[in-house]
Design a protein around this ligand. Structure first.
Ligand SMILES: C[S@@+](CC[C@H](N)C(=O)[O-])C[C@H]1O[C@@H](n2cnc3c(N)ncnc32)[C@H](O)[C@@H]1O
Length: 180
């Protein structure tokens, strides 16, 4: 079976073309930024931690790839991006092996989604990888599930993919596609 992150990448890959602008809303160690940079015209990647920018810069350099790395919260994405956005990924939670108190939060994640959904192209997709085993994680998961369940069906496809029998707390994937 393929893992939630592999499903997320596959679903984004299906719609991204070489001319497209895409967003990595949570850069972290840069795995998603690198993945997106190999498919699109340009990636805008966000994180609030300098360590994330450094790790991502190194990863991109090794692969001879480029992206715009932004030290700011994803909720401010419209300050940096003027063009329509074709796809975006959020990998929510905390940066592995660092300060577990620096986590994504429901208010800012929902604020980012509010502006992103307005700027997304028709046919564009958003993947939300929701890690929620840490303190505060469940609040974010619950808020996002509620939000995604209430998106109007006429305008949005809204799906989830989650392992059902794993111990611990495996990530929940929510996938969205703008219909019109
Ligand atoms: C689970 S990690 C991301 C993993 C990453 N996608 C990767 O490939 O390694 C979550 C990241 O979100 C960042 N973050 C927290 N709040 C944020 C915000 N408001 N805007 C952007 N990034 C944020 C954290 O600093 C952390 O690096």
């Amino acid at each position: 079976m393929i893992k939630p992150i592999e499903v997320a990448h596959q679903m984004l890959k299906e719609v991204i073309e070489r001319k497209d602008i895409v967003v990595d809303a949570t850069m972290g160690n840069g795995y998603d930024t690198l993945f997106l940079s190999q498919l699109s015209d340009h990636v805008y990647a966000f994180d609030i931690q300098k360590e994330a920018l450094k790790a991502t810069e190194e990863k991109l350099a090794l692969a001879h790839q480029k992206a715009t790395l932004i030290l700011d919260g994803h909720e401010h994405l419209l300050r940096y991006i003027e063009k329509p956005i074709k796809a975006a990924i959020f990998n929510l939670g905390y940066l592995p092996n660092t300060d577990k108190s620096i986590i994504t939060r429901p208010e800012t994640t929902l604020a980012a989604l509010s502006v992103l959904t307005a700027r997304l192209c028709v046919g564009g997709r958003i993947a939300l990888m929701i890690y929620y085993g840490h303190k505060g994680g469940r609040d974010e998961k619950n808020a996002l599930v509620k939000w995604a369940q209430n998106l109007p069906q006429e305008y949005w496809h809204s799906f989830s993919y989650v392992p059902l029998n794993q111990i611990h707390t495996p990530p929940l994937l929510i996938l969205l596609e703008k219909r019109k």
